[in-house]
Design a protein around this ligand. Structure first.
Ligand SMILES: *Cc1c(COP(=O)(O)O)cnc(C)c1O
Length: 417
């Protein structure tokens, strides 16, 4: 990125940005929600659209001077609709959590019952978890995965929905490594007369690339972030049927937000164009292959991978089988140049702040052009790290090795001298 001006005016922030570029270049980034946005996406996000106020929607704004903002937002909307085959798109949510809250505000009354996947089973805070506003202002009940298979059990979810009669069912996850059967969720929702919200934040890029079935034909509303596998700027998006368009738009603005972040909208438009290219399909396909190679190699090395593999970008690993714990290993891995997060595994006997597992995602390394061979090497690095838990020198040596390993794989949006 061109940082000449910031270098002259604010060397403290300049130094931090340069160091963060270096960190993102030198490390194997396996946080499942992260990626590398392209230089084009970042240029749009850093553009003069950040200067503009635009409360309202194209053609119905509360401020003048919208000639170009209207066009950029319309472009983003049309691209979103075309890419996902949706009747309506709202690209204004500031991020995934506000996007979800807007859906609650649009479709429910406070106190209405919602049913989402429990956080410790891979759900998101905004799916009705008790510390979230969605758990505090709505009556939330939670479903889980099967105790034996760790898979979503659609018969059990149906039974629970029949009993609970929620107004809205939420499908989607942050730590579920298998295909989600959106048609099954739609069938359950229909039977109990509930609305269906599908939150595809993690897998939006896989849906766009055609490697995960689309929720669009099945859900009343689909929410997503734009910055995970979809590889856009940080933002949120809502897709819905035409009959809900008005309610959704009103809930986002003026219901929940003020002026949209137009610079982000421009970045989303650029990312959506990228996601419609043939190369994006190849990227999405490779994401899954890489996650599967990573999972296979980890299992071959004695790690317990939850559900025995993956269908998407994500691998959930119980590391207690290797004599360590999620928090400890995640910290060791970070010192070795491999960045991930600790994570609970389903029915985790350990506490959420010191859980049994780690969560790995293959999107960012795939964006760097890594393939199955590199994914297997990454598993070998992770395995080696489990033997270096108390050896800071060996961890530092592994970090140097990781840095060399990363070098041949250019990181989108980052040029290091
Ligand atoms: C990441 C995520 C969100 C929240 O997105 P933020 O941009 O962090 O607010 C919501 N739902 C799911 C399933 C997610 O994975």
């Amino acid at each position: 990125m061109c940082l000449e001006n910031i270098r002259k005016s604010d060397v403290e922030v300049y130094d931090l940005i340069k160091a963060e570029e270096r960190r993102q270049y030198d490390k194997i980034r396996l946080i499942a929600s992260e990626n590398y946005a392209s230089a084009a996406v970042m240029e749009a996000t850093g553009s003069v659209f950040t200067n503009k106020y635009s409360e309202g929607y194209a053609g119905k704004r509360y401020y003048e001077g919208q000639q170009l903002v209207d066009q950029v937002e319309t472009l983003a909307i049309e691209r979103a609709k075309a890419l996902f085959g949706a009747e309506h798109a709202n690209v204004q949510p500031y991020s995934g959590s506000p996007a979800n809250l807007a859906v609650y505000f649009a479709l429910l009354k406070p106190g209405d019952k919602v049913m989402g996947l429990a956080l410790p089973h891979g759900g998101h805070l905004t799916h009705g978890w008790n510390v979230s506003i969605t758990g505090a202002y709505y009556q939330a009940v939670q479903y889980g995965v099967s105790e034996t298979t760790h898979l979503l059990d659609y018969d059990a979810i149906r039974e629970q929905a029949r009993r609970e009669r929620p107004r809205m069912i939420i499908a989607g996850a942050t730590a579920y490594s298998r295909i989600i059967d959106f048609a099954a969720f739609a069938d359950i929702a229909r039977e109990v007369d509930a609305m269906l919200l599908v939150d595809m934040a993690h897998i939006a890029g896989l849906v766009a690339g055609g490697v995960h079935p689309s929720p669009i034909p099945h859900a009343h509303v689909v929410s997503t972030t734009t910055h995970k596998t979809l590889r856009g700027p940080r933002g949120g998006m809502l897709l819905c049927r035409a009959d809900l368009a008005d309610a959704i738009d009103k809930a986002v603005f003026p219901g929940l937000q003020g002026g949209p972040h137009n610079h982000t909208t421009a970045g989303i438009a650029v990312a959506l164009k990228e996601a419609a290219q043939p190369e994006f399909k190849a990227y999405a396909t490779q994401i899954v292959k890489n996650a599967q190679a990573l999972a296979d190699e980890l299992m071959a090395r004695g790690f317990r991978v939850i559900t025995g593999g993956t269908d998407n970008h994500l691998v959930l690993v119980d590391v207690t089988s290797k004599g360590t714990r999620g928090k400890k290993l995640a910290k060791v891995l970070d010192r070795c140049g491999i960045v991930c997060n600790m994570n609970t595994v389903p029915f985790d006997p350990r506490k959420p702040f010191d859980p049994s597992g780690i969560r790995l995602g293959s999107a960012a390394v795939t964006s760097r052009g890594m393939k199955e061979a590199q994914a297997r090497q990454i598993a070998a690095f992770i395995d080696r790290a489990t033997t270096l838990i108390d050896d800071l020198d060996a961890q530092a040596r592994l970090q140097e090795e990781v840095k060399e390993f990363c070098k041949p794989f250019p990181a989108p949006g980052i040029v290091v001298e």
